[in-house]
Design a protein around this ligand. Structure first.
Ligand SMILES: Cc1cc2nc3c(=O)[nH]c(=O)nc-3n(C[C@H](O)[C@H](O)[C@H](O)COP(=O)(O)OP(=O)(O)OC[C@H]3O[C@@H](n4cnc5c(N)ncnc54)[C@H](O)[C@@H]3O)c2cc1C
Length: 332
């Protein structure tokens, strides 16, 4: 598979990058580590006229922490830098776990935080070579009018399969986007549209600059669970991130934030769980109710390499495991 021809740009400052995007935004793709962009270009899923690298822009690097402000991660920080950061490991173990769960060591060394959060959605009928795709009707994500995964479906169900987003959303992260119009701060959860064909609320001339994560109380239980077939490399088929605060003595759930990933076009905050769990004593019955809510919220379709029923069931098991872990204080 060969790359299509494109014009490569490598700005050395944010100002230069913003001005290039102002001029060429709709015809230009940003490249960070390239681990997602380049395979897709080789499959001719898109053929941008320009590819603009962020590699030389020093303002996009660095991991910083402040007790009051929390954590700040530059969009060009690699996943391996994130998973090996002592601050991240000690203060936000779930971010470390989610970064570590991505692909393989090679991909984590090249892949960046900005690229991971800005991944395109995936579908087994879409992420295929051009000749394979020609054997099927053109799907909605490719500009056609049918969904090959859901016969007769009139919307795109391609899956957001990033590992970091569910964890960062559960932790209440926000992102900074920059364009020639200025800066825009967005809760990370609003970065995802829920439309598989156009999954990100990012204008083509915007750059994701950094992610901020609020301070996290050290007694929170924060597991990230991922289901994949090959432990050494695969994208998730289902994922669940939870931030749970439990009163140790009374076993009362003070706060709960549960986000499920890879079971739909966007990472989904299952807010119903907080509604039923907060202020209640965690026991077997409540945990069963919580895990049923997580299962109900997951609406996978048959477009990845594992059945929708199994993925739903896995989400339920993950939710149960997360709250059982909170009862015994896992991760503290
Ligand atoms: C075999 C294989 C397995 C993988 N497994 C996983 C997995 O388990 N979990 C997982 O999460 N991912 C997985 N990936 C996907 C990918 O490797 C990672 O998500 C990686 O973090 C992407 O980052 P990148 O810097 O390489 O992104 P790129 O490929 O450079 O970019 C990805 C997208 O983000 C956009 N982008 C990048 N940076 C910015 C920015 N700062 N502002 C705006 N837009 C930006 C690009 O334009 C592009 O559309 C896998 C990939 C492969 C090939």
């Amino acid at each position: 598979l060969r790359l299509p021809v494109f014009d490569y740009r490598e700005p050395s400052s944010l100002e230069e990058a913003v001005s290039l995007l102002r001029e060429h935004g709709t015809e230009c793709k940003i490249i960070a580590g390239g681990t997602d962009l380049l395979p897709s270009m080789k499959q001719k899923l898109f053929r941008p006229k320009y590819v603009m690298s962020l590699e030389r822009i020093s303002d996009l690097g660095g991991i910083g922490f402040d007790e009051k402000q929390g954590l700040q991660i530059g969009s060009m920080v690699t996943l391996s830098a994130l998973e090996t950061s002592l601050t991240v490991k000690e203060r936000y173990p779930m971010i470390r776990d989610a970064a570590h769960a991505v692909g393989s060591p090679h991909l984590r060394r090249m892949g960046t935080v900005g690229g991971n959060l800005s991944l395109d959605t995936r579908c087994c009928y879409y992420n295929q070579s051009e000749s394979w795709r020609k054997s099927r009707p053109r799907c909605i994500k490719l500009g056609g009018d049918t969904c090959n995964a859901v016969g007769g479906g009139k919307k795109c169900f391609a899956v957001f399969s990033g590992d970091l987003a569910p964890a960062l959303i559960a932790l209440g992260a926000e992102i900074k986007l920059l364009s020639h119009r200025g800066e825009r701060i967005l809760p990370l959860r609003d970065y995802y549209t829920g439309n598989g064909a156009e999954p990100l609320a990012r204008d083509s001339d915007e750059i994701l600059v950094n992610v901020k994560v609020p301070p996290l109380s050290q007694d929170a239980v924060t597991p990230y669970f991922k289901y994949r077939i090959r432990e050494s490399i695969d994208f998730p088929f289902a994922g669940l991130a939870a931030v749970i605060h439990v009163d140790k003595k009374e076993k009362v759930c003070r706060k709960a934030s549960v986000v499920i990933g890879a079971v739909g076009p966007k990472p989904l905050d299952v807010h119903e769980i907080a509604e039923i769990a907060e202020g209640k004593r965690l026991d077997g019955r409540l945990i069963e109710e919580i895990s049923n809510l997580a299962r109900k919220a997951a609406k996978p379709v048959d477009n990845l390499g594992s059945s929708p029923e199994y993925r739903r069931h896995t989400i339920k098991a993950f939710a149960k495991r997360a709250f059982q872990a909170a009862l015994v204080g896992y991760g503290q």
